[in-house]
Every structure is written in C-alpha cells, then in structure tokens.
Ligand binder design. Structure first.
Ligand code: ATP
Ligand code: MG
Length: 419
C-alpha cells in the first residue's frame, strides 16, 4: 500500500475544521492590521536560500530538499522570508509607501528527523514589515502575533526576547565571546567547535547538555549578563521593551536567545508554550536589516516572524466541521439542484440526492447526514410553487411558499463574516 512520505501528513476534513478556523482568524487579524497577503513559489533557486538564510545554518547545511532540473538547482522552500524578500526586490516594492506589510500562509519543507512537533512538510504563517527601522515597528509585529494567539485562546505562552546587536557591533561581540570561550573550546560539541569559527553566536543555541553547562557557567554567564551591543542598539531595544510594557505584553529578556538564522539584527524573539514538550517554540522572528541588500535590493530595514501552524493548532481546542443546514428530498432532480443552488447563494449548506434514491430513502439519508432541516419538494409542492420544511430536531413540519422562504433566508456570505 502506498502511504504519504515519512514526515508528511494528510489533513482530512475532520482536522481541517480547526485549520480553517485558524486560517480565517489569522487572515482576518492580519488584514485588519493592514498586512496584505503574498504568495510566492514553493520552490526557488537554491542560491536564494544559501545567500538569504546563510550557509552556516542547519537549514542550508542539512535540511534542504534540493533538486536539479535542466541546468537549474532548485530547492523546496524551507522558510519564506527569503522568498518574500526576493519578490519584494523583483517587483520593485521599495517604491511603495513605507512600510510595506506582507503576510503569508503555506507549506515549508525541511529534511529533519520526524518527531512530535517536527515534520518534513509543515506549515508556517508569517508577516514581514519592510522599510522601517523603529522600535515601534518591532513592537507592532510582536503585538500582532500576541493578538492572534490571544484571540485563538492559546494558554501559557511566553515571549522571550533579546538584542543581538547590529552589523557594526556584532563582530566585536563575537570576538569577545570567542575569547571567553577559548579555554572551553576543546570541551564543546563538534557542532559548536565549528560554530566557534563560523558563527559563534549560534553556539548559545546549542541543545547539547555539555555545551549548555559551559554557557551557563559563571564566567560565561557573567559575560552575557552585560550588554555588549552599541549605544544605538541598546536604545532601540530599551524603547521596544517600554512599548511592550505599555501594551501589557509580558516578556523575558533571554540573553541566550540568538535564533538559527544569520540575517537577524538587533531584536530577536521567540514565543514558546509549556504544552509542547521538547519542540516548544510556536513562533520566532526578529529584525533583519541586512537581508534585502544581501539579496541584491536597496538597503532596506525589515522585521517579521513566522509561526509553526501544526504546533499552534495542537494548542487550539478542536473545532467541528460545520453541520449541514438543509437536505432537499425530491423526486425531480433538476428542481432539487436548482433550489439547492438558490439556497447556497444565501450562504447555507445544502445536500441533494445524486444517486436516484426514492423519497423515503432520501429522508433516511437526510437523517444520517444530520441535516438541520429537510426540504421536501414533491410533485404537489412543485405544482403550488411551495416547499415542505421539516425541522429534524423538533419533528415539526410546515408547507410554505417557496419564494417567501428564499427571501426569508438571510445569512451574510461567509466572506463578510470573516472580515
Ligand atoms: P526549532 O527550534 O523548533 O527547530 P526553528 O528555529 O528551526 O525552530 P523557525 O525557522 O524560526 O524554526 O520557524 C518558525 C516556526 O516554525 C518554529 O517556531 C516552529 O513552530 C515551526 N517549525 C520549524 N521547523 C518545523 C518542523 N520541522 N516541523 C514543524 N514545525 C516547524
Ligand atoms: Mg529547526
């Protein structure tokens, strides 16, 4: 038997009720904050991720699905910031009024060991805000994520935040960190020995117990306790923390938080849940002032985040698929289909018999489908331009004029409910 590839999951209708609830809520919250959706290809040139995510990251080194077609090297997107930045540059969006505020929803692909909270195809929702370098723009995207989580009723979330400095001050910091860690270098894990050379900040993100103990030791902890970023970075970060406090958002300044990607500058943050076990991060993001220029665009500051949809959805109470509003039982398929369409246009769900069952069996089918009401459209009703309405729960039945029934149906279309 064929089954879905390892690390991927089918999403069946039962589960999708919760997904749709999440997606509708996310879209409506992002649109109301004046973010607009962008959809970029699921695959891009491999070089985009090598340059945009960074070739010292786990994503680029170990996790990419890369393939060749013709003379092109392509990669299934492992994340979407690089793709959005590529599109921002390609379509000259820097000419739009600033800030440019974009969001996306969709699948990402990473070749990782599948486990709880980790798939090879998973989904992210994310926002990117281009063109501003202010602490208030950092605050606005964090607030947006927080608003989404609060609206979805997600309990026990924590916001961890840190300032990793800018391109001016970070090299100094990296060198000082190397100096502090030099005596421990040989005891670090193999990955951290490499990171020591290529990207020492990411050592602080190491999951190995041996390394964690070293980074928590007195000398290193004391060093990290002090702020090693420049005056401008410190001012930016302090202003951000003041705004978050004003907006009643609790945060923990975690000086070990660095995040995996190279392009972050100044603000980095992560939102974690105590209900997720080892893979506890729901959302990660930060400021990435260097990326647009790195990918060949004009020097443009930017800030954003991405959340893991599967992890988030596991924290939402399961939603149930919408129930069926009407079942039309009729001995005349054409009239039934036409009436079904008219009722659907009023915003209700309708099922009709498509298999040629007799009226009695159609009523049994309506019961099985748990239709809220059955519309009987028999020969007598058709001749009088009437319908018989049967409320299945109450067992009540009445015959009414068909046109008056249609005009009395008033549910706003689904799209306006969402906005
Ligand atoms: P982690 O520390 O969990 O590996 P990450 O730093 O690789 O996360 P990001 O690249 O920041 O993750 O992606 C943002 C979010 O996407 C994560 O917080 C997580 O919720 C989700 N995510 C990342 N990788 C996976 C995966 N393989 N399967 C499911 N969700 C994932
Ligand atoms: Mg990861």
């Amino acid at each position: 038997m064929l089954s879905a590839p390892k690390g991927t999951h089918d999403l069946l209708p039962e589960a999708l009720a919760t997904w749709q609830y999440f997606e509708n809520t996310a879209r409506s919250i992002m649109e109301r904050a004046n973010f607009h959706e962008i959809r970029t290809p699921l695959f891009e040139a491999t070089s985009l991720f090598e340059r945009g995510v960074g070739d010292t990251t786990d994503i680029v080194n170990k996790e990419m699905y890369t393939f060749e077609k013709g003379d092109r090297q392509l990669t299934l997107r492992p994340e979407n910031t690089a793709g959005v930045v590529r599109a921002y540059i390609q379509h000259g969006m820097d000419r739009c009024p600033k800030p440019v505020k974009l969001y996306y929803l969709g699948p990402m692909f990473r070749y990782e060991r599948p486990q709880a909270g980790r798939q090879r195809q998973f989904h992210q929702a994310g926002v990117e805000l281009f063109g501003l370098d202010t602490p208030q723009s950092d605050a606005s995207v964090i607030l947006l994520a927080w608003d989404l989580f609060t609206t979805l009723g997600i309990p026990d979330l924590a916001l961890e935040i840190n300032n990793v400095g800018c391109f001016d001050c970070r090299d100094d910091f990296k060198n000082q960190l190397r100096a502090i860690l030099l005596p421990f270098k040989d005891s670090l894990c193999e990955d951290c020995q490499k990171r020591y050379e290529t990207n020492p900040l990411r050592m602080l993100d190491c999951k190995s117990e041996k390394c964690k103990a070293i980074y928590a030791s007195e000398a290193v902890a004391n060093f990290l306790e002090a702020d090693h970023t420049c005056e401008a970075c410190q001012q930016h970060f302090n202003a951000l923390l003041i705004i978050l406090t004003q907006c009643n958002i609790q945060f923990h300044h975690n000086k070990m938080l660095v995040r995996g990607l190279d392009y972050y500058t100044r603000t980095v943050f992560e939102i974690t849940s105590t209900h997720l076990g080892a893979q506890n991060a729901v959302c990660g993001g930060g400021r990435y002032n260097g990326l647009v220029k790195t990918l060949g665009g004009p020097d443009t500051p930017a800030v954003g985040w991405a959340l893991g949809v599967e992890r988030l959805i596991s924290l939402i109470p399961p939603q149930h698929p919408a129930s069926l509003d009407f079942y039309i039982a009729s001995d005349d398929p054409g009239s039934a289909l036409l009436l079904a369409q008219q009722i659907q246009h009023q915003g209700f769900s309708v099922e009709v018999d498509l298999s040629g069952k007799n009226l009695g069996k159609q009523l049994t089918q309506a019961n099985k489908l748990q239709a809220g009401q059955v519309i009987i459209l028999g020969e007598t009703e058709r001749q009088q331009n009437q319908i018989t309405l049967k409320d299945m729960a109450k067992g009540l039945q009445e015959t009414v004029d068909k046109d008056s029934f249609l005009t009395s149906l008033k549910r706003p279309p689904v799209s306006s409910v969402l906005r």
